[in-house]
Ligand binder design. Structure first.
Ligand code: HOZ
Length: 430
């Protein structure tokens, strides 16, 4: 009997009534083989599946759970808010409280608007940029993923990369022709886009890409992107849905010291509840309805339970400040160094990187700077590594085009245990 037998049965049942058995494609384990464990509960650094297997969790719901599972303060905030009602569709003071926390940290943000997901945040930011500039074209970088809205589902990372799809049926060609593509960490390719179009409303980028695996921008490249945007009157959008409050207290914006015109958030600012947000200076945000003509709305936007979860999460973050990210980065470096040493011992080429609590690794001879480099990594070896680590109780993202996350409830002993397991696995797959 397999250690995953209940999950295998649950997956078969799910597939009868849910496409692919999952509500988001990357969860299906298609690129690594096998079936996904069905989760029963999370506690601290660990996940428990319905077969009773325990895993140390480096996925953390794809990023939000920086304090691990069932954090007491966040749980209490959610429970006490829930007792007062689940949704009002009317203003609440907690929205202002959470907005103030975010505005206080970013010089370039005077106002934020809350939505219910990262996809929604980015989709709204694009509309705002188009409405503000009166232009239709946008530039995105190949391999960056900005959620699944039409304009952005072109040569995207994350699940699109996992399944090797350049774009999705259902996105009208008339729309995707307004999405120009540039190469990550290659300023010349962006210059080319500006030469090809004088109608560019915005350039959107994950300044620390986390959806083609972890691939940070080079500083000079990102500075160049900002100058080109200014030169051509296009807005710069930092998609910090993943890197926001993950790579550092001020995300990539703080690490690089670059102020984007619009920043999008999600994941950590919801503490595990569905939240997204986008923010900018007043001049831009005031173009949004009801102050201005650019429409954007949502029945559950600023949902009180989600706002309380996000506020409790940010309150904990602000209490520890930069020290939190230093601590998490040291753990991430301990992990990636341990993996790199083990890989070297077994003669396996491995590239690793870390930004704050985000870490990534590629089975690749060469450093990874863009999506083409990422795709040259050994996906078969990744799949073997993933499966064998899972069998040993280590829950890693089920695609080489995703990022790993350290949570505050992890410690050195846990990391060392994972390194020992990785060492054994790498020995088996060398
Ligand atoms: N945006 C998440 C990280 N790539 C993936 C979440 C999902 O697609 O389910």
């Amino acid at each position: 009997m397999s250690q995953f037998s209940k999950s295998i049965k649950a997956y078969e049942e799910a597939k009868e009534v849910i496409p692919g058995g999952v509500d988001s494609p990357v969860r299906a384990f298609k690129s690594v083989g096998g079936t996904p464990p069905f989760i029963e509960r999370g506690e601290g650094a660990y996940l428990f599946d319905i077969d009773g297997n325990r895993y140390i969790d480096f996925v953390q719901s794809w990023g939000p759970l920086i304090f691990g599972h069932a954090d007491q303060a966040i749980e209490e905030a959610v429970c006490s808010a829930a007792k007062k009602g689940l949704s009002f569709g009317a203003p609440t003071t907690i929205e202002t409280d959470l907005a103030q926390q975010i505005v206080s940290l970013f010089d370039s943000i005077d106002k934020v608007r809350f939505v219910s997901s990262g996809t929604e945040a980015v989709m709204s930011a694009i509309r705002l940029a188009r409405g503000f500039t009166g232009r239709d074209d946008i530039v995105k970088f190949v391999g960056c993923y900005h959620g699944h809205s039409d304009s952005l589902l072109v040569e995207a990372g994350s699940g699109m990369a996992t399944f090797g799809a350049p774009s999705s049926p259902g996105v009208p060609a008339d729309l995707s022709r307004h999405t120009l593509l540039a190469t990550y960490n290659d300023l010349e390719s962006l210059k080319q886009c500006f030469e090809n179009s004088s109608e560019i409303a915005c350039v959107i980028i994950e300044p620390i890409a986390g959806n083609m695996g972890l691939v940070p921008s080079d500083k000079e490249f990102l500075e160049g992107v900002q100058s080109l945007c200014r030169e051509h009157g296009a807005l710069l959008i930092f998609d910090e849905v993943m890197s926001g409050f993950r790579a550092g207290l001020r995300g990539a914006s703080g690490i690089y010291g670059i102020d984007a015109d619009i920043i999008t958030f999600g994941k950590v600012i919801g503490g595990g509840m569905p939240v997204g947000a986008f923010g900018a200076r007043s001049e831009i945000m005031e173009r949004l309805s009801p102050d201005g003509p650019i429409y954007q709305a949502g029945t559950l936007s600023g949902n009180p339970i989600a706002m309380h979860a996000g506020y409790a999460s940010l309150e904990k973050i602000l209490r520890e400040g930069d020290a939190l990210y230093k601590r998490l980065e040291l753990l991430a470096l301990r992990l990636t160094q341990g993996l790199a040493d083990a890989a070297k011992r077994h003669g396996i080429p491995l590239q690793t990187d870390v930004r704050g609590s985000m870490f990534g690794f590629f089975f690749n001879e060469k450093p990874v700077k863009n999506f083409r480099d990422a795709m040259a990594s050994d996906s078969k070896r990744f799949a073997q590594f993933h499966r064998k680590m899972l069998e040993r109780g280590v829950y890693l993202a089920c695609s080489q085009y995703e990022t790993g996350f350290i949570s505050s409830v992890m410690d050195e002993a846990m990391i060392d245990d994972v390194i020992a397991k990785a060492d054994a696995v790498l020995d088996e797959i060398k």
